[in-house]
Design a binder for this molecule. Structure first.
Ligand SMILES: C[S@@+](CC[C@H](N)C(=O)[O-])C[C@H]1O[C@@H](n2cnc3c(N)ncnc32)[C@H](O)[C@@H]1O
Length: 195
């Protein structure tokens, strides 16, 4: 019998040369929205980090007392992020790892993450439900998850389904930050107490 489950859309790794271009930095408000969630000293997990379009500015913002854990399934993009972090003098604040979100192991940082950013990548994950459960569990109580998806790849109905997944994972929706009027966005919080 033919499968009815569509394989997730995944961009080729080299598209990162476009996604991390200086032109995007000028026209894409995603960085500004992420910046509003980042404070000095925070520990941030940037999932599907690519070349670090968000990881690098967030590492500047967390300052010397903070940390950005940047994970991506594609080793070539993680290598390039490490190069960019070194060139920017941010290597000591960015812990970049090649791993699939299905195998995410944050060791003793699990349960202590202040912010998870999931930008333009949830639709690429094979198991978004499992990922959101894991993401909720690595957040400290009161920690936040910022989800942003591109309307070209994700329909409004699919985004609604993503939000429902996050709610089922135990996250509470606390906002929908505006990026550019079209972008699909949701901000969640891990409740301070469960039950
Ligand atoms: C469209 S890019 C977005 C990159 C970055 N967040 C940005 O906004 O520029 C999606 C990224 O998710 C990564 N990715 C896809 N599936 C993944 C998985 N299962 N685990 C970890 N990363 C994954 C891809 O390798 C790619 O770098």
């Amino acid at each position: 019998m033919e499968s009815t489950t569509a394989a997730p859309h995944r961009c080729p790794w080299w598209i990162q040369w476009v996604l991390a271009s200086p032109i995007r930095a000028l026209i894409d408000g995603v960085r500004g929205v992420a910046a509003t969630q980042v404070q000095p000293g925070m520990t941030v997990l940037d999932v599907g980090c690519g070349f670090g379009f968000l990881s690098l500015p967030m590492a500047r913002r967390v300052g010397p007392g903070g940390r950005v854990l940047a994970v991506d399934v594609e080793p070539r993009v993680v290598d390039e992020l490490r190069r960019r972090a070194s060139r920017a003098g941010l290597a000591d604040r960015i812990d970049a790892r090649a791993c699939d979100v299905r195998d995410l192991d944050l060791g003793d940082r699990s349960g202590a993450i202040d912010l998870v950013t999931v930008v333009h990548c949830l639709h690429e994950f094979d198991d978004p439900d499992g990922f959101l459960v894991r993401a909720a569990s690595v957040l400290r109580p009161g920690g936040r998850l910022l989800l942003i998806e591109p309307p070209g790849h994700v329909t409004a109905d699919e985004f609604t389904a993503q939000i429902e997944r996050a709610l089922r994972a135990g996250l509470k929706r606390i906002g929908h930050p505006a990026v550019d009027g079209r972008r699909l966005t949701a901000l969640f919080e891990r409740p301070a107490t469960t039950g």
